[in-house]
Design a protein around this ligand. Structure first.
Ligand code: NAG
Length: 398
């Protein structure tokens, strides 16, 4: 193990992880409160020399003296603690987590990504088959610390992020500095994300699924989603709509198995909303030629992919195995330096006629979502994640 002593000897910032309570519910709806905490992702942290405070990484480039090769860099550099509120705009209160979009501290910080911790060295693992909750991400429970000897940081420093899109700007993968063929984003000095197949994995060449090889890589880049607007109901989710995004609402995700047990195959993901005491079932797909799906199943995934002309790259990549292993909760706030978040709430891609099925995803202009604009115009924005509950189907809401 390299790095452990250095991290403790030279960490300038003593972190106190913000505490966050969550609730575990049981059938019938009674819930018990559990005290947890959140930890900031490693990619946001100050990475500096183990012998002094020289940056190993500045802007979007590695220091060539400290990091001439992977092994030297991994040995030379250590992650520091985090001033959660001052630097990163992350605060908690009871069961609520607030992530600020822009924080002006000694540096300007954009967004953040945090994980739920059981204790200082262990992410909380959710086992969600035949249960309900809201997030789905695959990670090592300890951030890769036990599996990869060189990773002295682990969950305590928020390492190990996975998200199946295989970006190239994750600073540490499986305990090694990720400096080979480093591709900094031209416009984004604050990194986004990375991942592999059976856990966090570095990739080379085609396996990364870059550019024209998007669908040839090891990861499912597109994933499966249910965007009510894109699925044909433009009155369901948004400001002033059935689920009114101007005010607080609850999102429930149910992970249904083939035999209604925690060991069955994952066959369906169903989303339900609750707002002002009213339970709102998800909108139904509304296109001629496909059924009125209102949840995610294999059939739902195949039908719109065909109708929309999207490449179906997820068929061989089962999510059920990841659910079997347990999931870490990720909560984040970010902007999109690649395509301005148009895939979420505008027309995307921007060239085809927006009346073609699957192109229109929301009411936002195709010129919207540019990071420099949203960062200056909406610097005060933030998100609050609160009242997290998990338990058997039907136990966390009424
Ligand atoms: C699982 O539960 C649902 C909803 O209660 C029910 O409709 C279905 O028949 C059950 N499936 C099995 C295999 O028991």
């Amino acid at each position: 193990m390299y790095g452990t002593a250095a991290i403790f000897a030279f960490a300038l910032i003593r972190s106190t992880h913000p505490t966050l309570s969550v609730q575990q519910c049981s059938t019938g709806g009674s819930c018990t409160t559990q005290s947890k905490s959140v930890i900031l992702d490693a990619n946001w942290r100050w990475l500096h020399s183990t012998s002094d405070y020289t940056n190993c990484y500045t802007g979007n480039e590695w220091d060539s003296t400290l990091c001439p090769d992977v092994a030297t860099c991994t040995a030379n550099c250590a992650l520091d603690g985090a001033d959660y509120s001052g630097t990163y705009g992350i605060t908690t209160s009871g069961n609520a987590l607030t992530l600020k979009f822009v924080t002006y501290g000694s540096t300007t910080n954009i967004g953040s990504r945090v994980y739920l911790l059981d204790d200082e060295n262990t992410y909380h693992l959710f086992n969600l088959k035949n249960q309900e909750f809201t997030f789905d991400v695959d990670m090592d429970a300890d951030g890769g610390k036990s599996k990869y000897a060189a990773n002295a940081a682990g969950a305590k420093y928020g390492t190990g992020y996975c998200d199946t899109q295989c970006p190239h700007d994750i600073k540490f993968i499986n305990g090694q500095a990720n400096i080979l063929d480093w591709t900094p984003s031209a416009t984004d000095v604050n990194p986004h994300v990375c991942e592999g197949i059976t856990g966090q994995t570095g990739c080379k060449g085609t396996a990364c699924g870059d550019g024209d090889e998007r669908y040839d890589g090891v990861c499912d880049k597109d994933g499966r989603d249910f965007n009510s607007w894109r699925m044909g109901d433009e009155t369901f989710y948004g400001p002033g709509l059935t689920v009114d995004t101007n005010s607080k609402f609850t999102v429930v995700a149910q992970f249904i198995t083939s035999d209604n047990t925690t060991t069955g195959d994952l066959v369906e993901i169903r989303r339900i909303y609750v707002q002002n005491g009213k339970v709102i079932q998800n909108s139904a797909a509304d296109f001629s030629g496909i059924s009125a799906y209102n949840s995610i199943t294999d059939n739902f995934c195949n039908a719109p992919k065909t109708l929309f002309g999207d490449t179906n790259s997820f068929e061989d990549r089962a999510m059920g195995d990841a659910f079997e292993a347990g999931m870490v909760l990720v909560m984040s706030l970010w902007d999109d330096h690649a395509v301005d978040m148009l895939w979420l709430d505008s027309d995307y891609p921007t060239d085809p006629d927006a009346s073609q099925p699957g192109i229109s995803r929301g009411p936002c202009a195709t010129a919207s979502g540019v990071p420099s604009t949203v960062e200056s115009e909406y610097s005060d924005s933030s998100v609050v994640y609160s009242n997290i509950k998990y338990g058997p189907i039907g136990s966390t809401f009424s």
